[in-house]
Design a protein around this ligand. Structure first.
Ligand code: 6GU
Length: 226
């Protein structure tokens, strides 16, 4: 298993996640070192003594809107160069298994959970790298939706479920097809296994496999490289 996937969840209802993250598959994934969770209370990034995170919409209308300041400051405190910053919103791209697989390949995910009537538009425009919805219905907030996305992604990390759960992951994560595989005999009816695979030089074998995967992908699935 590679380095742990860092998952940060920014929410005004951190307690909603306690039971979810502390049980079952997600708990075991964290214990195995496949994933690391940080639950962050958005109010910790407010800048007034009332810890205000929301305000009335410009132009009028019902409900309250999450202010940009606390969300920007939270992300600026948490993010790394490789972080995906995911705004959970009913206006986002519809989540599916392919999106789960793609997120499971990331190194760092920061989930921003909207609540109330909405989130200031500048968060989606200038802070988030992705906007995700889990389906065509409206929840009272994004925290439960983030939990759904996290469950679907973490179970796809190699080693979290049985080994069979990892099938297809390697291909998917580097955006290339699999390299060619061989087993004995080394010479089958005159068709020989490439010498490098018999050399015992693991650096050279890795290099050959990467090159072969790229070549195959160029020839068979150029759409994956585009
Ligand atoms: Cl991400 N948030 C909310 N509030 N409702 C949703 C959703 C998200 N996805 C589907 N419905």
């Amino acid at each position: 298993m590679g380095d742990a996937l860092q998952i940060d969840i920014v929410t005004i209802f951190p307690a909603m996640l306690d039971g979810f993250l502390g049980q079952s598959m997600l708990k075991r994934a964290a214990e195995k070192g496949a994933v690391r969770f940080r639950v962050v209370n958005l109010r910790d990034y407010a800048n007034d003594r009332h810890q205000t995170v929301d305000d009335r919409p410009f132009g009028g209308g019902p409900g309250m809107i999450l202010k940009p300041g606390p969300l920007f400051r939270a992300v600026e405190a948490l993010r790394s160069p490789e972080a995906r910053v995911i705004l959970m919103t009913p206006q986002g791209r519809r989540f599916d298994q392919r999106a789960a697989l793609e997120l499971s390949c990331a190194r760092h995910l920061i989930f921003l959970c909207g609540h109330y009537e909405g989130v200031d538009h500048r968060v989606g425009e200038a802070l988030a790298t992705d906007e995700i919805s889990i389906g065509d219905y409206v929840l009272t907030g994004g925290t439960l939706a983030a939990a759904v996305v996290i469950d679907a992604a973490v179970r796809l990390i190699p080693g979290v479920l049985g080994a069979e759960g990892a099938a297809g992951q390697d291909s998917f994560c580097d955006g290339a097809l699999e390299y060619p595989q061989y087993t004995r005999p080394a010479d089958f009816r005159g068709m020989k296994v490439p010498g490098v695979l018999l050399s015992g030089d693991h650096g050279e074998i890795e290099k050959w496999r990467r090159e072969q995967a790229q070549k195959r992908t160029r020839e068979r699935r150029p759409d994956l490289l585009a």
